[in-house]
Design a protein around this ligand. Structure first.
Ligand code: TQI
Ligand code: ZN
Ligand code: ZN
Length: 168
């Protein structure tokens, strides 16, 4: 079953059209940006929310960046595996990924094989957090707190949809 953060924080009902931007320091490939477009679309399909990418990082609602180790928010990353990514509850809008991971794009295995992590699976999960979902006890849910090694899980489960529709 789905859960929320303490106090059920969510984006205000006056804010249905949210923007996101990538930290310009990262110089991300179009492939990576496309993964986020798809990941946001999975949530907008089931909510009144829309997500639009913008180039002005500082004024975006949701700020996405890849960082290693200590990166200034008191939640350091830890190198390969362990913590893969994190996101803060609404309305903070920070979505951070650990650049030490071997990120797999579109299910294409890269040459380091089993320790790679599917980017879209993690992006869909972290967007759930950015929107206000906590972890789910339903194994099939995107918001379930563990994923099998090398797995790709990108489709929202009924449980995720029910949770997000309670919030929005
Ligand atoms: N990162 C954790 C996560 O996003 C951070 C975290 C731990 C957390 N406890 C929390 C966030 C409680 C909110 C509330 O869940 S993670 C997965 C999964 C992680 C794990 O790196 O462990 C995914 C990030 F589900 F695959 F295990 C993304 Cl998809
Ligand atoms: Zn961070
Ligand atoms: Zn999580």
């Amino acid at each position: 079953h789905y859960s929320f953060f303490p106090g059920n924080p969510r984006w205000s009902s006056r804010r249905r059209n949210l923007t996101y931007a990538f930290d310009p320091k990262n110089q991300l490939s179009e492939d990576v940006k496309r993964v986020f477009t798809k990941a946001f679309d999975r949530w907008s399909e089931w909510t009144p929310l829309t997500f639009t990418v913008k180039s002005n990082y500082r004024s975006a609602d949701i700020k996405i960046g890849f960082y290693t180790r200590n990166h200034g928010d008191g939640e350091p990353f830890d190198g390969v595996l362990g913590t893969l990514a994190h996101a803060f509850s609404p309305p903070r809008g920070l979505l951070h990924l650990d650049s030490d991971e071997i990120w797999q794009i579109d299910g294409v295995l890269n040459n380091r094989g089993s320790s790679s992590v599917d980017l879209e699976s993690v992006a869909v999960h972290e967007i759930g957090h950015v929107l206000g979902l906590g972890h789910s006890s339903a194994e099939e849910a995107i918001m379930f707190p563990t994923i099998s090694r090398g797995a790709r899980k990108v489709e929202l489960a009924k449980d995720d949809v029910e949770g997000i529709q309670v919030l929005y």
